[in-house]
Design a protein around this ligand. Structure first.
Ligand code: GTP
Ligand code: SPV
Ligand code: MN
Length: 596
């Protein structure tokens, strides 16, 4: 393993400062090599942190502590010198106070452990849109995941050079190991000691106490969304919680789509969809985050800053998402999945029958008589993007791909139709600003509660949400006629008995192809108070078994239900005070008028 300090004074000084604060046993500079990955993994297998899977080459199962299974929004902070800059949708503590509290926690927190320095790039190394981060962590699990999710190693140090700037990302699991103390398989700190903190005024991230997902892989939500959204606003670009896909029609015309759905609401699935409409092709560019900048030709170009998928395992099958399943055959990390007797992973919703016996994510015997699920509902796979059979050949293009269509959406059992189109950009921004969705297991907290999740960014916008709405309006003004068209979808409508009204997954291509035809001006649409809806016959339903009644319900706009929605939106808007842009208020007034 490489053991070097960089030529970058700021970096060397920071590593030394953190080492003095955290007192690790040793320091390891990560080079991003396969050898490094293999050594760390075999070490973790030997220590009982990981299980090598017999059925999947070079793949490993980890089981987290039951208290450390998802993001912790309650413990996530945007720490600005003035509280209003964090806004009403974020937790706030003043930077001095938060740093004082956390410095006490960090003091000596890496005793008995190795401090890893991970130089990583979000975005292709040669892209002008990329950003360099350096994560310091005491978790080898984090190092291996970062190897898959980002571009790690010497190439980053080289680009950084002696004078280059980086975003410091400090992470500790918060579990020092005293002399002679036996380690546990997933060390972490108790909930009250967990802090996922962001200091956007100095592009700084401090995370303590959790080893899971977005709490610990700091390139993802912390850097690429919360810190990047701040930088993007200052510099005039966009950092969004969006998948990116390329759809090609039978004539070879390409459309690029970016879609924002809340956590565990279908981004990975849509990003890899296999269209059920003959002749159409879908390719994946990214499944979670899009960085977008106006290109010299005036269009909005998007890159995927990541190199892997940190995807929800339960529900993933050859039936629902075959391209994800094919990405998981080797070189993957699985977290909180069940272990089968023949040495494979399993989760609820996987193809075929459930195993007769398995070891559940809590390391207990499991069979169908056990009422708990075998895999945790937020069990995840970490898979290299290059292993996806439909990864787009241009997915690492430094300048990105031009976006034609934006989609917003959420998980709503009722009210919101399968699809509607915004009348114009401002209306589209209003749709994004008012998006609501039922909460999922991706966050520790209640599941199934309807909440506003504007632009799917409620947990990830690193500044005042009212200013973020304004930024969207500004971007529309700059893009003018070259702005992407905006749509809103809901794959999750249910009937009174809780049955899905829409088959979803590959069948969602029927909705996407309708959008493409709309963009090309090939078809009209019906005006409703909430937006434009497919005309009867325009949505391609050939070969679909969904009956007419269900289709009617899926596209129905219930005026009374939407009137009730208005008062909810009004209540929700009050929290933004004078940061709510006038143009968004005008959209609300216009909707009220259309509904009356
Ligand atoms: P994060 O990684 O948390 O950001 O989630 P995501 O937005 O990528 O969600 P993902 O695609 O992993 O889907 C989450 C859950 O929703 C899985 O259990 C899927 O099976 C389910 N799901 C995805 N698409 C559909 C759909 O079209 N219809 C239905 N009914 N379920 C879906
Ligand atoms: C999400 O919650 O939106 C995720 C998973 O993509 S995590 O990386 O844990 O944030
Ligand atoms: Mn996500």
């Amino acid at each position: 393993m490489a053991n070097y300090a960089s030529r970058n004074d700021k970096l060397n000084k920071w590593v030394q400062e953190i080492a003095e604060l955290c007192s690790p046993e040793c320091i390891h500079w990560c080079d991003g090599s396969e050898e490094e990955y293999n050594q760390l993994m075999s070490h973790m297998v030997k220590n009982g942190n990981a299980i090598a899977l017999e059925k999947r080459p070079n793949s490993f199962l980890f089981r987290s502590d039951p208290s450390d299974v998802a993001r912790v929004e309650k413990r996530t902070y945007i720490s600005t010198s003035i509280e209003i800059e964090a806004g009403p949708t974020n937790n706030w503590i003043n930077p001095d106070e938060l740093k004082n509290t956390m410095r006490k926690l960090y003091k000596g927190c890496m005793r008995g452990r190795t401090l890893y320095v991970i130089p990583f790039s979000m975005g292709p190394i040669d892209s002008p849109m990329s950003k360099i981060g350096i994560e310091i962590t005491d978790s080898p699990y984090v190092v291996c995941n970062m190897h898959i999710m980002t571009r790690v190693g010497e190439k980053v140090i080289k680009k950084l050079g002696g004078k280059g700037d980086f975003i410091p990302c400090l992470h500790s699991i918060g579990a020092p190991l005293e002399k002679g103390q036996k380690d546990v398989s997933w060390p972490c700190a108790e909930m009250e000691k967990k802090y996922i903190s962001h200091f956007p005024e100095e592009n700084l991230i401090w995370s303590y106490g959790s080893g899971y997902g977005g709490n610990a892989l700091l390139g993802k939500k912390c850097l690429a969304l919360r810190i990047a959204s701040n930088i993007a606003r200052r510099e005039g670009w966009m950092a969004e919680h969006m998948l990116i896909l390329r759809l090609t029609n039978p004539k070879g015309r390409q459309y690029h789509i970016a879609a924002a759905f809340p956590s565990a609401c279908g981004k990975t699935n849509l990003a890899m969809l296999v269209p059920t409409i003959p002749g159409w092709k879908c390719e994946c560019i990214g499944d979670d985050i899009a960085w977008m900048k106006i290109a010299p030709d005036g269009r909005l170009n998007a890159i995927n800053p990541e190199t892997g998928f940190f995807g929800v395992a339960p529900g993933t099958s050859y039936d629902s998402n075959p391209m994800a399943m094919d990405s998981l055959k080797e070189n993957c990390i699985f977290t909180n999945c069940a272990l089968t007797d023949d040495g494979d992973v399993w989760w609820e919703g996987m193809d075929g029958d459930a195993p007769e016996h398995a070891i559940d994510w809590k390391n207990r015997d499991w069979d169908l008589t056990v009422s708990d699920t075998a895999a945790h509902p937020n069990a995840r796979f970490t898979a290299p993007a290059r292993q996806c059979p439909v990864i787009c050949e241009d997915w690492e293009k430094p300048e990105g791909v031009p976006i034609d269509i934006f989609i917003f959406g959420g998980r709503r059992a009722s009210v919101v139709p399968l699809v509607h189109e915004a009348y114009n950009w401002d209306h589209g921004v209003f749709l994004g600003a008012t998006a609501a969705s039922e909460t999922t297991a991706a966050n520790i907290g209640s599941v199934g509660m309807l909440r506003r999740d504007p632009f799917a960014m409620k947990p990830f916008c690193g500044y005042n949400m009212g200013d973020y709405f304004k930024h969207w309006l500004n971007m529309g003004d700059k893009l003018g006629t070259k702005a992407p068209r905006i749509f809103y979808v809901n794959w999750f409508r249910k009937d009174a008995n809780g049955r899905w009204l829409w088959p979803g997954y590959g069948e969602n291509s029927r909705v996407l192809t309708w959008m493409c035809q709309r963009v090309d001006g090939e078809i009209g649409a019906d005006e409703t108070p909430i937006g434009l809806i497919p005309k009867s016959g325009d949505l391609n339903l050939d070969g679909l078994s969904t009956d007419e009644e269900d289709m009617k319900e899926l596209l129905n706009v219930d005026t009374n239900a939407w009137k009730a929605e208005i008062s909810e939106i009004e209540k929700y808007f009050t929290q933004f005070g004078d940061r709510l842009p006038g143009r968004i208020k005008q959209q609300l007034e216009a909707l009220k008028k259309r509904l009356s």
